[in-house]
Design a protein around this ligand. Structure first.
Ligand code: SF4
Ligand code: SF4
Length: 256
């Protein structure tokens, strides 16, 4: 598979309305305790949000970062924030002279673009979920369909995607693995009855919107013995994605 080449057109950093998410917000994710407070444009984890906020301040760039995904605890009437997003905007405020002004510090969602195929859930469930990006230089739906028309081993797919997108594919996997870990942490809070999460049936949307909002990471550090910081530290070097890929290559498992 040919290597993807970014032509630096800047299109992916412009006009967040190109985001094809037509859902209305705020809303619960289907059959879930996760509440989506604001429409995601550039979604990010807490440490990424903190970094972007600091960089914006240093460079006098006007940004608004708002909570995106959260879980509402009925016991304490507090929301734990899982992810943030840049508020709805037209062009990304960090795009200056058609270039990313924070390139090395951009969040994982920007690092993985336009890699879309072969997410962790795709690989684990064996689903070929073709999501064509807005990038005019990436494969079209027809090209992806043709590529996937023959059964391909998971190991081969991973190798081809790594060959095509390099670090961007690793960033896609790392982001998925972080989200999976965060979901497991929240499950732990529920299973140990530390929190009593709201669902759609509780009809508490206004309470959630107006609730006190706190950092999930800080809550976990304060109330559990989970090894949160060490997991996050390793994410900086995409270690989880690298290990995930190595394990797939070793096992060579499955066709998708
Ligand atoms: S749209 Fe594609 S080619 Fe243009 S900057 Fe983004 S990744 Fe690069
Ligand atoms: S942070 Fe940088 S890469 Fe991400 S959308 Fe903004 S300008 Fe583009």
């Amino acid at each position: 598979m040919s290597k993807f080449e970014c032509k630096s057109c800047g299109l992916c950093c412009k006009d967040s309305s190109l985001n094809d998410d037509k859902s209305s917000y705020p809303r619960f994710s289907p059959n879930s305790i996760i509440f989506n407070l604001n429409k995601p444009t550039i979604s990010m984890f807490e440490w990424e949000a903190r970094k972007l906020f600091k960089l914006a301040k240093e460079n006098k760039i006007n940004v608004k970062i708002v909570p995106y995904k959260l879980v509402y605890d009925k016991k304490t009437r507090t929301s734990l924030i899982l992810q943030y997003t840049l508020a709805e905007h037209k062009d990304c405020p960090f795009l200056i002279d058609n270039k990313c002004s924070i390139y090395n510090d951009r969040p994982l969602i920007c690092k993985f673009f336009p890699a879309n195929l072969g997410s962790v859930s795709d690989l684990m469930k064996g689903v070929n979920n073709i999501k064509v990006s807005v990038c005019p230089n990436d494969f079209t739906f027809e090209q992806w369909s043709e590529f996937l028309s023959e059964k391909v081993k998971t190991k081969e797919l991973v190798e081809k995607l790594e060959q095509r997108y390099g670090e961007s594919y690793l960033a896609l996997l790392e982001r998925d693995l972080i989200m999976k870990e965060i979901t497991d942490w929240v499950k732990h809070l529920v299973n140990t009855k530390l929190i009593d999460p709201a669902t759609e049936k509780d009809n508490l949307v206004n309470d959630i919107i107006n609730s006190k909002k706190v950092s999930l990471i800080e809550y976990l550090i304060r109330h559990t013995g989970l090894n949160v910081l060490s997991f996050l530290y390793e994410s900086g070097s995409l270690l989880h994605a690298k290990t995930f890929i190595e394990n797939i290559k070793k096992s060579g498992a499955g066709e998708i």
